[in-house]
Design a protein around this ligand. Structure first.
Ligand SMILES: Cc1cc2nc3c(=O)[nH]c(=O)nc-3n(C[C@H](O)[C@H](O)[C@H](O)COP(=O)(O)OP(=O)(O)OC[C@H]3O[C@@H](n4cnc5c(N)ncnc54)[C@H](O)[C@@H]3O)c2cc1C
Length: 539
């Protein structure tokens, strides 16, 4: 089901057509892409615009776990866990080339830990039912040492093994975009929403600016969905009467930092989970694409930077705790990349004149939620934020339910994406292996047919980054810059920022051949090197 290459000029020509879209989606992260796909499969005409690149916001910076949320189980939120377990199953089934099951070990150092956490995880198995990925097992200290050769053995008394899922977030986002496009949706990255069109208090569409050309385009739409992640409040502000007071913000962003180190710190195929560090936080060490991800943190932050920098204390916390649970303690010098994402946590809302999902309807009070919230404003603007990557599909269904309940779209049955294979879906390989052709699933043959399939720019084991992968990114994956390729089509920036910077010129030269005259190879490469330097800065 590989789509034909679609040059940018053709995308823009479609964007400029004078049509009324059923649905216009603002934001090309997990949430917006999920909405676009669900609506397109239901037969609605859909346009989605993304100001940067697909998944450039939070959706490329997750811990990359498809999980039911063991933590929420501890909080007694059974409904949320059950929903997430269902969604975990759907993600692994529909995109097996980029989403796989992963075994976790919780090591125990205190006598009560195995029994306490094991009982909770057995309940997790029961809730997963048929969708379970493997049974929870109690482990002896010896078995923990065998499964997790990198674990700290001093004081180790045993542990528990359980199963969850793991994925490549930015590649999954790309697959959602391409699957939606194959169903007729128009998705344009590097194109920002600059204003909303209102008529008699009702929302009629939006204005967008194409990044590369600066062209301004007006889009008419019956329903507009604001899926701008932590940036939803800026879009809601565009929906305000000039003389109306500013609304209280809907999002309370929280920053999460990840450090990436070599696999030698966590050899083997199992992830390590510390459910409660001394100060009550969770710590993960996860094998991913040939490296080890350490994280994460949860630090309130209001400035909504596109590329937030980590704080010294956050790095200190991750390194200190990793050093307590890993036999070989990582230091700042071992860090290959540090990346930071902003969680769109939802504040309690009291937004008069809106209908919400109960959690955020007028007057509701609630502590900050990790669940998603949908609000339909007076003008008809549908805003969705919160939730998590794993539940993007359920969030999309909820958004469409709200739009239909409000009469913005006619009723059409849902449940259309739960068993919908994404582009390239084919049996995959564990996500702990270095990136390679296996991430292209059934499109690997097409990849191999492109020039440079055997020309490796960067090699890791049997995988790496080939010239053909860069051409594939430009032809089929809407990559328009060195950053699009090295940060999100291939994840080298996230795995090894110094290596990514070394590849920038070569990638720019291949992109110049693919994208033609309008592409500024030198500028794109230089901008990427500045970005890569930030991913190497470990405060
Ligand atoms: C540190 C961290 C770890 C996480 N780990 C996990 C995990 O392991 N598993 C899990 O399930 N979830 C995880 N999450 C949560 C998950 O990543 C997020 O819930 C999800 O990515 C949010 O997606 P989104 O589409 O709502 O936001 P985003 O991905 O930020 O997308 C919003 C998009 O809107 C665009 N936009 C903004 N303004 C405009 C405009 N004016 N015009 C056009 N476009 C615009 C932005 O550029 C952005 O791309 C994690 C989150 C963080 C921060």
């Amino acid at each position: 089901m590989t789509d034909d290459p679609l040059p940018r000029a053709a995308l823009l020509a479609r964007l400029q057509q004078d049509v009324e879209w059923d649905l216009a989606v603002i934001g090309g992260g997990a949430t917006g892409l999920g909405v676009a796909l669900d609506a397109a499969v239901r037969g609605f005409s859909v346009v989605l615009v993304e100001s940067h690149d697909f998944a450039q916001g939070t959706s490329s910076r997750a811990t990359k776990l498809a999980h039911g949320g063991v933590r929420y189980l501890a909080q007694g939120d059974i409904g949320l866990v059950r929903e997430a377990l269902r969604e975990r199953g759907a993600m692994l089934a529909n995109a097996p080339h980029v989403a796989q099951r992963l075994a976790f070990v919780m090591p125990a150092y205190r006598w009560w830990e195995s029994g306490f956490y094991g009982a909770g995880l057995k309940a997790y198995d029961v809730l997963a039912g048929q969708r379970g990925l493997g049974s929870t097992e109690f482990l002896s200290a010896q078995r923990v040492r065998e499964l997790v050769p990198g674990v700290q053995t001093r004081g180790l008394s045993g542990g528990v093994k359980y199963w969850d899922g793991q994925f490549d977030d930015a590649r999954l986002a790309m697959l959602l975009a391409r699957t939606a496009a194959a169903r007729g949706a128009l998705l344009v990255n590097h194109c920002s929403v600059t204003g909303l069109l209102r008529d008699g208090g009702k929302l009629r569409g939006l204005t967008v600016r194409d990044g590369p050309t600066g062209a301004l385009v007006t889009l008419r739409a019956r329903c507009v969905v604001n899926a701008a992640g932590v940036w939803v409040d800026a879009v809601r502000d565009m929906d305000r009467d000039a003389d109306a007071p500013q609304r209280p913000p809907m999002v309370a962003p929280s920053q999460g930092v990840h450090l990436v180190v070599d696999r030698s710190f966590l050899p083997g195929t199992h992830a390590l989970l510390v459910p409660k560090t001394d100060d009550g936080r969770v710590l993960f060490a996860v094998p991913w694409l040939g490296k080890t991800i350490l994280g994460t943190t949860d630090t309130p932050r209001d400035d909504l930077a596109r590329e937030p920098a980590p704080f010294h204390d956050e790095v200190e916390f991750i390194l200190r705790e990793a050093g307590r649970y890993l036999a070989k303690a990582p230091t700042r010098a071992d860090v290959r990349s540090v990346w930071v994402g902003l969680r769109p946590l939802v504040r309690p809302q009291a937004d008069e004149g809106t209908v919400g999902d109960g959690a955020a309807a007028a007057g509701a009070t609630k502590t900050i939620s990790r669940e998603h919230t949908v609000i339909v404003g007076r003008s008809g603007l549908v805003t969705v934020t919160g939730g998590k990557w794993t539940t993007y599909r359920a969030m999309a269904e909820d958004v469409l339910d709200h739009a239909m309940a409000r009469g913005l779209l006619e009723r059409r049955p849902g449940g259309v994406t739960e068993r919908l294979p994404l582009v390239g879906a084919a049996p995959g390989r564990p996500m702990n292996e270095p990136p390679g052709e296996h991430l292209y699933g059934s499109e690997a043959a097409l990849l191999r047919s492109l020039p440079g399939a055997q020309h490796w720019l960067w090699r890791d084991g049997t995988g790496g980054l080939s010239e053909a992968m860069v051409r594939f990114a430009a032809r089929y994956e809407m990559a328009f810059s060195v950053e699009d390729v090295l940060a999100r089509r291939c994840r080298l920036l996230f795995l090894d920022a110094a290596e990514a910077a070394r590849q920038a010129d070569a990638v720019a030269a291949i992109l110049a051949e693919e994208l033609g005259e309008g592409f500024d190879a030198a500028g794109s490469s230089a901008a990427f090197k500045v970005l890569a330097a930030q991913y190497l800065r470990v405060p």
